[in-house]
Design a protein around this ligand. Structure first.
Ligand SMILES: Cc1ncc(COP(=O)(O)O)c(C=O)c1O
Length: 427
């Protein structure tokens, strides 16, 4: 297979006929496949089924403090759940709050609180400070961008590099502009590129000196223990780095068990400085009497300790690693020689990021859709859904069964080739 960039017009036309014939073959199969959202598959979810039986008798429902988890009380979560998550996140239990079923929900609430009440320390609510701006490393997580968009927060895209966001830009812009109040970060196995921030990147975050005293880092550690291989990527602990420094209130870290136990029925966590946690608790106390403690105790009884969670995640990895490897081996074998696309080789997380020939991502997405394979919309990985190069697509290999991943990737390879050939023949 030749590099498309070296082919003559005639050769490109011949290749297009052959790829078109493949594409028609897939159309005739009337496929209905979904590689759009990062969802665990049925077998992954089944791994946690026994958790539902972890509390059956009334006595099972009491926390170690003697508190009846079926009743009201305890705003920040039961102590044994705080200890479990503190061990996983490598923080002290008094630096976190165990919350309800979704980390996205707490991120939304946190931004909303800062809009309405400010970040504390006598800082004015963001809504009273004129136009608010957030830095958005891109490609990134579309739902982070949706929070900003829905609240009228202007998003400034920051290029992603193989070591994390472009820190020169982050430092330059935050030092310059006091209207920049936040940055979204997925520091481990980022969504969608699978990038883990390097030690230097995390140290530069810890040393940031923004013009806005109420600038905050939203450290969404959604894939904190979601390694595909035994030797997971190491990530420096930002919260521990800033503890006791002038930056210690600048960081909020989030995680959840959505992709550990049950998406939508897990437990989430917010961690920060002790001062910030106290501040959040005063605001939370108005909103709720407490989160679902029965779910917390279920999680603790099921896992016992952090090692129990890690062992469970190895079972997840055994199920999804073959899916990632199927996609990657097909891309490496069938697409790489054409010289028209590049992709990431993540060692964890839920996504593979694919960059097709500039100007082709939307076309590839449409070709996929016509052939019955749903992908996340082209552009979704950029603020306002606008990918300036129209090049990035997010592949989510976890949800479809392994038997369908191969064919879905074949359709993808064919669509990427077809879109590139048409682009090259347009010139
Ligand atoms: C980076 C990131 N953060 C948060 C979430 C959602 O987490 P939760 O289910 O806890 O709301 C996802 C889900 O895909 C994600 O990729």
């Amino acid at each position: 297979m030749a590099n498309y960039n070296t082919l003559t017009i005639e050769q490109l036309k011949t290749e297009r006929e052959s790829v078109l014939a493949d594409y028609r073959k897939y159309l005739a199969m009337h496929l209905s496949l979904d590689m759009s959202r990062g969802k665990p598959d049925r077998r992954q979810i089944d791994l946690s089924q026994a958790m539902l039986g972890a509390i059956t008798a009334p006595e099972d429902c009491f926390s170690e403090t003697g508190l009846d988890c079926r009743n009201y009380g305890l705003l920040d979560g039961i102590p044994e759940a705080k200890r479990l998550f503190a061990a996983l996140m490598d923080h002290a239990p008094d630096r976190l709050i165990v919350c309800g079923n979704s980390s996205l929900n707490i991120m939304y609430d946190t931004v909303m609180r800062f809009m309405l009440y400010g970040v504390g320390h006598g800082c004015a609510p963001w809504v009273k400070q004129g136009q608010i701006r957030f830095l958005c490393p891109a490609p990134g997580y579309d739902r982070h961008f949706a929070i900003c968009e829905s609240m009228g927060i202007e998003m400034i895209p920051i290029p992603m590099t193989p070591t994390g966001p472009d820190m020169d830009e982050v430092e330059r812009l935050t030092a310059l502009d006091p209207s920049i109040k936040g940055i979204w970060c997925v520091p481990k196995y980022s969504n969608p590129e699978g990038v883990t921030y390097s030690e230097e990147t995390v140290r530069r975050f810890a040393a940031l000196s923004p013009a806005a005293p109420d600038f905050r880092i939203f450290w969404d550690n959604a894939y904190i223990i979601h390694d595909l291989y035994e030797d997971g990527d190491p990530l420096l602990n930002l919260l521990n780095l800033v503890e006791g420094t002038p930056q210690e209130d600048m960081v909020y870290e989030f995680m959840s068990t959505s992709k550990i136990t049950f998406p939508g029925s897990g437990v989430s966590v917010i961690a920060s400085s002790r001062g910030n946690i106290e501040y959040i608790k005063t605001l939370m106390a108005v909103q709720t009497i407490g989160c679902d403690k029965l779910n917390m105790i279920r999680h603790v009884k099921f896992f016992k300790d952090a090692d129990g969670v890690r062992a469970h995640m190895r079972r997840h990895a055994d199920l999804i690693r073959p899916k990632f490897e199927t996609v990657l081996s097909k891309l490496d074998r069938d697409l790489a020689p054409c010289g028209i696309a590049s992709w990431t080789h993540p060692r964890g997380g839920y996504f593979i990021s694919l960059n097709v020939m500039p100007g082709c991502a939307r076309h590839v997405w449409q070709l996929m859709k016509r052939a019955g394979v749903v992908m996340t919309s082209a552009g979704a990985t950029y603020p306002y859904g606008h990918d300036p190069a129209d090049a990035n697509l997010r592949i989510a290999p976890t949800f479809p069964p392994l038997s369908e991943i191969g064919i879905a990737t074949d359709v993808l390879v064919t669509s990427v080739k077809l879109a590139a050939l048409e682009k090259l023949l347009e010139k």
